[in-house]
Design a protein around this ligand. Structure first.
Ligand code: NI
Length: 388
């Protein structure tokens, strides 16, 4: 089976990508995008829509005529609160919202694979079934959890899951099939330091959470440098601090937000333990009280050797050139699906040869249209060529 899009399929998918790019929607607001995906698949015909009760996003199934495995393919569909500066006729028409992470590219590629696999079914070549998961709210890494909690895995029982991200540092036509941890485990946190405010001229009668927070933030810098092996990759960043009122009043409360990440689950555990200890005891030392609120832990995107071998075969069958890439401390909630089935995550080259790479989440970010051919073929080949 040739997993390449036909010219006609490519034209449909490119139109979809351009329209989605012009009308981006933020996480959890992807209502029109969801309708457009559904309309595209309805127009193609032959897809069953699974009633997973999530407000946005969509799960569709295509069932082959031959016996075979059930495979899940996932694309994310949300955009970011940024203003696009890259000039094209398809520049975002929504103020301060843009597809700065290329989720329009992923969605269009998965729709392309849907057309290709439908063609395979018509030729009596499609074995088993395919679950097309169009996931909302990947930015902020909460959308996979929404679908899982909505019972996604009561509706589908895949033998394997495949996902991808466009990767600007790779050229169109190349794909990274990395073995091991590819993207970071992460835990975001919010720390509250409670003191007792009062007149700034009488600090001895108050408990100052700003002084405590200053000491805490400095102490937290020692987690990576003093508690984690230099051979491990851990990042701990404090990215927000807020507290206090006028210049002559001691604050009551300081709020601190940050993130801790690692490619190693054990190193992340150690860092989280140290954060807890430092927060509790620094607060105590400065006569404050503390609270920590942890967001859900996102595990690493981890590609096993077995899945890597399968994925490489699929990527080669899709006509791509294989490469490797340095793992990233960015996180991806595709990682959560690994609890339910063996999963593989590709990084797909998305910068045209000769074009300067523009990083994800930057206002001039863009993806090479021609890379859609490769991305769609990789998704489709992950079904057609899937076997141990
Ligand atoms: Ni993304």
């Amino acid at each position: 089976m040739n997993c390449q899009l036909t010219d006609e399929e490519y034209a449909l998918v490119l139109d979809f990508k351009r329209d989605m790019h012009m009308y981006p929607e933020l996480s959890r607001q992807e209502y029109e995008t969801t309708k457009k995906i559904r309309a595209f698949l309805e127009a193609a015909g032959g897809f069953e829509f699974l009633p997973v009760p999530a407000p946005t996003g969509l799960v569709a199934r295509l069932t082959g005529t031959l016996k075979g495995p059930e495979i899940m393919l996932r694309a994310d569909i949300d955009a970011l609160p940024q203003s696009e500066v890259f000039e094209s006729p398809w520049k975002s028409r929504v103020p301060n919202v843009m597809h700065a992470c290329g989720h329009d590219f992923h969605t269009a590629a998965l729709l392309g694979a849907a057309l290709c696999l439908k063609r395979a079914k018509a030729e009596s070549l499609l074995r088993g079934s395919v679950d097309f998961v169009f996931q909302p709210a990947e930015e902020g890494t909460t959308g996979a959890r929404t679908l899982i909690d909505a019972g996604l895995f009561d509706f589908i029982h895949p033998e394997a899951c495949f996902g991808m991200h466009n990767w600007p540092s790779l050229t169109t036509g190349t794909v990274a099939c990395h073995e091991g941890a590819l993207m970071s485990a992460k835990r975001n946190f919010e720390i509250l330091i409670h003191g007792s405010g009062g007149h700034g001229s009488m600090p001895h009668l108050n408990i100052d959470p700003i002084v405590c927070s200053s000491a805490l933030i400095m102490a937290l810098q020692t987690v990576v440098s003093r508690n984690i092996s230099p051979m491990e990759n851990v990042v701990l960043s404090i990215n927000m601090i807020e507290g206090g009122r006028p210049a002559n009043v001691v604050a009551d409360l300081v709020t601190i937000k940050g993130t801790v990440r690692s490619l190693s689950d054990a190193a992340l555990d150690r860092a989280i333990d140290r954060v807890k200890t430092l927060v509790e005891n620094t607060a105590l030392a400065y006569e404050c009280t503390s609270e920590i609120h942890w967001e859900e832990r996102i595990p690493t995107v981890f590609n096993t050797a077995r899945m890597r071998a399968i994925a490489e075969k699929c990527a080669l069958a899709a006509g791509c050139q294989l490469t490797d890439a340095v793992p990233s401390l960015a996180s991806e909630d595709f990682a959560l699906y690994r609890q339910f089935a063996p999963a593989f995550f590709y990084w797909v080259g998305s910068t045209a040869p000769g074009d300067a790479p523009e990083d994800l989440h930057r206002p001039a970010f863009h993806t090479d249209d021609a890379a859609l051919y490769h991305a769609a073929a990789i998704y489709a080949a992950s079904v057609m060529e899937y076997h141990d």
